[in-house]
Design a protein around this ligand. Structure first.
Ligand SMILES: [Ca+2]
Ligand SMILES: [Ca+2]
Length: 98
């Protein structure tokens, strides 16, 4: 299971806005922290990340990225830093192209 960024889902970037998936790297599959694939970052994603605390579970793991809301590739451990990343992008979502 490979996480997908907003753009990888086929949705557009809105560079002027973070919440609709804006300012992410279109080539980076990690910088939109939606682990369940529903194109929204919410409490479900937070709980899923927390459920793998202290485990090496790449689908829910992230590392340092461009910003707290735009994490990088897995770093080998799901921990409080990951929870901070997913919380930093709560309510961010992908939007359908017009
Ligand atoms: Ca989600
Ligand atoms: Ca991590």
């Amino acid at each position: 299971m490979r996480p997908l960024s907003c753009v990888a889902h086929g949705h557009r970037l809105l560079p002027e806005s973070l919440r609709p998936g804006g300012l992410r790297d279109p080539l980076n599959p990690w910088d939109f922290y939606d682990v369940d694939g529903d194109k929204r970052v919410n409490a479900i994603d937070i709980n899923k990340v927390r459920s793998k605390a202290f485990q090496d579970f790449p689908p829910y793991d992230r590392g340092m990225g461009a910003a707290p809301w735009a994490p990088g590739p897995p770093d080998g451990i799901v921990n409080a830093v990951d929870v901070g990343h997913v919380r930093a992008s709560v309510n961010h979502y992908c939007v359908d192209p017009p």
